[in-house]
Design a protein around this ligand. Structure first.
Ligand SMILES: *[C@@H]1O[C@H](CO)[C@@H](O)[C@H](O)[C@H]1NC(C)=O
Ligand SMILES: *[C@@H]1O[C@H](CO)[C@@H](O)[C@H](O)[C@H]1NC(C)=O
Length: 583
């Protein structure tokens, strides 16, 4: 036996076994703690589900929450009529609340919009009714629904994760407080997709929310509980949040109106965010309602007198500008399909119809050119994955992962080299089935060093300045554009279609205010002609659109930062001549 063999035996013998045993121990230990962690989470989730069912059953057992004729009469009033009757005290806050709870619980049994009703709501309503001879404000007694992630005192903000259950908010968010100061009463919290980073609407705690217009289709996300509840008539006004279209996409999927502001115009304190510390993309609060009039009115009440500053000094103190909201002749730029995600089916035609409608009202419309669409989305995902997904992974620790976010989860879980291999494969035009120039803008991105992040923030700044320059050069008030490439898709699809958030997400990148309103429905006639460019994501979009015949399509109106009033004016101009106008 040579000396080298002897040496090898020494090394390979006990040491290797020891290291091997160590690794096996470590692996089984981590597997065990992982399984135990998940089981623990599932136990808490089950408890919440039981408590939720008990709450629903208790409400349903009381006759005042069983939908009756008196409720139906209240529910049939328009927003303005409802406000009038509450102001004149013809209706009490308690009566109105009972009607909306009765309706909400009924539709939630079928479509699963409300996560939990707010137990304090009844007391708040009684307090308002006890105010003799005075009113709390212009929304005295008006019931509102609140998205899961927006804090309401005493309620959980879960974002669909077990780790946030049974941690009731100690205080309400500033936007809830502002609306309550106006007299509104939050009565229910509504469902979201887990982590909020999806335009589907499912999580392991509260389950799947369905679109009120068609239960096989998604209500959109992440404010999907809100959109479906409002579409069903269970609520008239909802608070949502929007970091990539989370207010506007659900509104689009359900045919209602949605509006997101410039950062700061609505107070943003007291939300549980999806990526709370991300830079370069602005997550902001927004409102959903079945008409723009209600959203405009609420925005006015919220901003006049700088009400919000009282609850959140970070709210930008710009009071409502009535003159801007009354502007008569608007100059509006427009664009339709962009290369990053070409529009499917009737969407393009519906944007052009909105353009004609605005022209027939005397407004001037001119084509507007947007920056390179792939570069906009590269920027978006460089910011979203600026930490290579670490924050999300931390939230996902010991949590069951639903289908709708499984793709995001896998991306975050893969080491950088594996992501590069996937990008290489998917980026290759000759790879049948999996090629996607859109998917690689997500998987391969992430400004994961400080210098890279600064560089990309610089690129964003330059792109925003260029956009502002061409906007100003054309002397535009607004821009009209699509909301989304296609209508509502089946529940299993959102996880595979993240790039489709393009038309909404770019306005969170630039931080411009934007709102949407229904302007048509999909006939399904042109979907077959759609050119998928051999791209997996576009192909999925086409398959989704094929199942969306008859579903609503909205258009989007965008304004310059802090010109919310003009955006609302543009949307109100459309609503005034809308065939879908609610009374
Ligand atoms: C950061 O991103 C670059 C470029 O995509 C990649 O080469 C690198 O491995 C990443 N670093 C980390 C720590 O993830
Ligand atoms: C709902 O959508 C599904 C899937 O596209 C479709 O098959 C069904 O006909 C739709 N139902 C209604 C009532 O439109």
């Amino acid at each position: 036996m040579g000396i080298s063999n002897c040496f090898q035996d020494f090394i390979a013998g006990p040491w290797i076994s020891l290291i091997g045993a160590g690794i096996v121990c470590w692996l089984s230990f981590s597997a065990m703690t992982y399984v135990m962690g998940i089981l623990e989470t599932k136990k808490i989730i089950r408890k919440k589900q039981e408590d939720r069912e008990a709450q629903f059953k208790k409400l349903e057992s009381q006759s005042r929450y069983q939908l009756n004729e008196k409720h139906e009469k209240i529910l049939s009033l328009s927003d303005d009529e409802l406000i009038d009757q509450l102001q004149s005290r013809k209706l009490t806050a308690v009566e109105v609340q009972e009607a909306f709870i009765a309706k909400s619980i009924k539709v939630t049994r079928e479509f699963n919009m409300v996560t939990e009703f707010i137990p304090q709501a009844e007391e708040w309503a009684k307090e308002l009714d006890a105010m003799k001879g005075s009113l709390r404000g212009p929304l005295h007694g008006f019931p509102i629904s609140v998205k899961d992630n927006c804090n309401v005192i005493g309620m959980d903000s879960t974002i669909g994760l077990g780790k946030f259950l049974y941690q009731p908010a100690e205080d309400s968010s500033a936007i809830v407080k502002s609306l309550m100061a106006l007299g509104a009463i939050p009565f229910a919290k509504t469902n979201v997709p887990q982590t909020l980073l999806s335009f589907g609407c499912a999580n392991p705690v509260f389950g799947l929310t369905k679109n009120f217009l068609n239960s096989s289709l998604s209500p959109g996300g992440s404010s999907g509980g809100e959109s479906s509840l409002i579409a069903a008539g269970g609520s008239r006004l909802g608070i949502g949040s929007d970091i990539g279209g989370s207010v506007r996409i659900p509104a689009h999927f359900t045919g209602i109106a949605g509006f997101k502001v410039t950062k700061g115009r609505f107070c943003g304190t007291g939300f549980r965010g999806s990526l709370p510390n991300v830079v370069g993309i602005m997550g902001v609060p927004g409102l959903l309602a079945d008409n723009i009039n209600m959203i405009a009115k609420t925005t006015k009440y919220m901003t006049e007198n700088n009400l919000q500053t009282k609850y959140d000094p970070l709210a930008v103190p710009i009071p409502w500008n009535e003159q801007m909201f009354s502007k008569k002749k608007l100059k509006i730029g427009y664009f339709t399909s962009l290369p990053y995600f070409p529009l499917v089916g009737d969407t393009e035609e519906i944007v052009l119809k909105a353009k004609s409608a605005l022209e027939s009202q005397g407004h001037t419309l001119v084509p507007f050119e947007m920056p390179d669409s792939f570069e906009m989305m590269n920027l978006v995902f460089d910011f979203c994955f600026g930490d290579a997904g670490e924050y999300l992974l931390k939230n996902w620790r010991h949590e069951p992962i639903p289908l709708s976010v499984v793709v995001n989860f896998m991306i975050c879980k893969s080491p950088m080299w594996m992501r590069k291999v996937i990008v290489l494969i998917m980026g290759c035009k000759w790879m049948p089935l999996v090629h996607s120039s859109r998917a690689v803008t997500i998987i391969g991105r992430g400004a994961n060093s400080t210098s890279k992040l600064w560089e990309r923030l610089g690129d964003r700044k330059k792109m925003t300045e260029d956009l502002l320059t061409s906007w100003k050069a054309a002397n535009l008030d607004l821009v009209l554009c699509p909301t989304y490439p296609f209508p509502a898709v089946p529940h299993h699809m959102p996880g595979r279609l993240q790039p489709s958030v393009f038309y909404t997400m770019i306005w969170n990148l630039f931080d411009f205010p934007a709102g949407v309103i229904k302007w048509g429905t999909e006939s399904g006639e042109k979907v077959d002609k759609y050119d998928c460019q051999n791209d997996m994501v576009l192909r999925t979009g086409k398959q989704g659109a094929k199942q969306a015949t008859g579903m609503p399509i909205s258009v989007q109106i965008v304004g310059l930062p802090f010109q919310e009033e003009l955006v609302l004016r543009g949307l109100a101009e459309l609503e005034a001549v809308s065939p879908y106008k609610k009374k």
